[in-house]
Ligand binder design. Structure first.
Ligand SMILES: Nc1ncnc2c1ncn2[C@@H]1O[C@H](COP(=O)(O)OP(=O)(O)OP(=O)(O)O)[C@@H](O)[C@H]1O
Ligand SMILES: [Mg+2]
Length: 259
């Protein structure tokens, strides 16, 4: 299981011209919850994920994963990270890209081979294990990186605009694939996106950030049942939730932050 707790977290990038990226972020993500983070470019979304993944220390405040530090979670391999760009090694096949974390940990024996085959099946690429990234479509490359992020059965999956570079139809397909995968192996997901409808379709809750420095302006509960299906995007409830998130992004909700 994985719960994530932000307690008054702020982050300023140092240097000659310091950049205040996040200010006083407090929120909680429950076990197996799917939460999206949405906000304008530069509002600190990627920074927020980097903090959780322990790739960056916060300037002040605390982040707890299952009540302990982020470095504990990283060392315990509780976190999987899917980057905006698939970040695959171009000379390695899908299978070998998925196997990479196991090789690094020297666990690529028979058990590792089975694990890789199972993950490729899970993301629907069982017939593409021997193909290199340049022999795959953009959506397929993202599936390989999702499979790779799942190698250690992480309790917490961090996804940074994983489908941002895909066309709308492929993106919709990948959204459904992700929901299917998440349905099969539950984990806590924190998903960064620019798309309001993607955030609503996937999530239990949507956390809306203000322009830089990122502050939480609103947290919108998604009132749709699960399992989700594409027809829900035409429901009145869906439109109303979209409007709510849009108003929060524009700083027009009650919780809005005056700048
Ligand atoms: N390594 C860094 N050093 C200094 N400033 C940085 C660094 N990384 C990010 N920033 C600044 O911090 C702010 C937040 O950046 P971040 O990448 O978290 O935004 P974002 O919300 O992910 O944006 P986008 O939607 O464009 O990906 C930006 O103003 C950016 O210029
Ligand atoms: Mg970003």
């Amino acid at each position: 299981m994985a719960t994530v707790e932000f307690r008054s977290v702020s982050l300023t990038y140092g240097g000659d011209e310091p950049v205040e990226a996040l200010r006083d972020i407090t929120f909680e993500v429950g076990d197996n919850e799917f939460v999206s983070i949405i906000g304008p470019s530069g509002s600190g979304k990627s920074t927020l994920l980097r903090l959780i993944a322990d790739l960056l220390p916060s300037t002040s405040g605390r982040i707890l994963i299952n009540g302990a530090s982020c470095s504990r979670a990283r060392q315990g391999r509780e976190i999987g990270f899917v980057f905006q760009e698939p970040a695959l090694l171009p000379w390695r096949s899908s299978e070998k890209n998925v196997r990479l974390p196991l090789e690094i940990m020297k666990r690529s024996g028979e058990g590792g081979r089975q694990k890789v085959a199972e993950l490729l099946r899970l993301v629907g690429l069982e017939d593409f294990g021997s193909k290199r990234p340049d022999q795959l479509s953009g959506g397929m490359r993202q599936r390989v990186s999702i499979a790779r992020a799942l190698t250690y059965d992480p309790d917490l999956l961090l996804m940074d605009e994983p489908f941002g570079a895909l066309d709308q139809i492929t993106r919709d397909e990948m959204n459904n694939e992700l929901l299917r995968i998440w349905g099969e192996r539950r984990s806590t997901v924190i998903f960064v996106t620019h798309s309001i409808s993607e955030a609503i379709y996937l999530s239990d809750r949507v956390v809306v950030l203000s322009p830089r420095p990122g502050r939480i302006v609103d947290t919108v509960l998604v009132p749709l049942e699960r399992p989700r299906d594409p027809s829900m995007k035409h429901m009145q409830l869906f439109y109303e939730t979209e409007l709510h998130v849009l108003q929060a992004l524009e700083g027009r909700t009650a919780g809005g932050v005056a700048s």
